[in-house]
Design a protein around this ligand. Structure first.
Ligand code: CTP
Ligand code: ZN
Length: 150
């Protein structure tokens, strides 16, 4: 049987596959795709053997630095990155949780200075599954199911 792609193949760029369906729009936000001038195509609630359902994003003519794309590990820890050149997959990577997170997530502590003033949050990641991250400013630990995104 012919395999028809739900989201068309791209010529050059990046395909981010195996995104949890609930994380699709957070990934878009973390990568600032709303400002991207290139062709961005995506699909959500697609069938996945491994995950049941998944989301996928394809960004034409964009190639991300590791530290840029690793930020999405917070919401899509099993995402796979495929670099496409001239229709071929030339590189495959899995995202890795960064050691340090700047911005993206609020500090869980309501009394933290980052919740009172316009200061970019900054955390040291203590563990990645589930995520636990320690605030650089107040030293309180924010855990995965308490994470609130900006
Ligand atoms: N892809 C694309 N455009 C291309 C080539 C590939 O959009 N020109 C997409 C495919 O649709 C797939 C992903 O990039 O979603 C990875 O491609 P490939 O490695 O061929 O697929 P799989 O073997 O299914 O990948 P996986 O490692 O996830 O099993
Ligand atoms: Zn704090």
């Amino acid at each position: 049987m012919e395999k028809l792609l739900k989201v068309s193949a791209i010529k050059d760029g990046t395909v981010i596959d195996h995104i949890p369906t609930k994380a699709l729009f957070k990934v878009m936000k973390i990568l600032r795709l709303e400002d991207c001038r290139q062709m961005v195509t995506f699909g959500n609630n697609l069938d996945s053997k491994a995950m049941g359902t998944k989301a996928i994003i394809k960004i034409a003519n964009r190639f991300f630095a590791d530290e840029e794309v690793n930020k999405i590990a917070l919401v899509a820890p099993h995402a796979k990155l495929n670099t496409i050149r001239d229709y071929e997959v030339v590189e495959k990577k899995v995202v890795e949780t960064p050691k340090e997170i700047r911005g993206i997530v609020r500090c869980f502590n309501p009394k933290c200075i980052t919740n009172a003033e316009k200061i970019t949050t900054r955390f040291e990641v203590l563990s990645d599954k589930p995520i636990a991250m320690k605030c650089f400013y107040c030293e309180k630990i924010t855990i995965e199911n308490e994470m609130v995104f900006f």
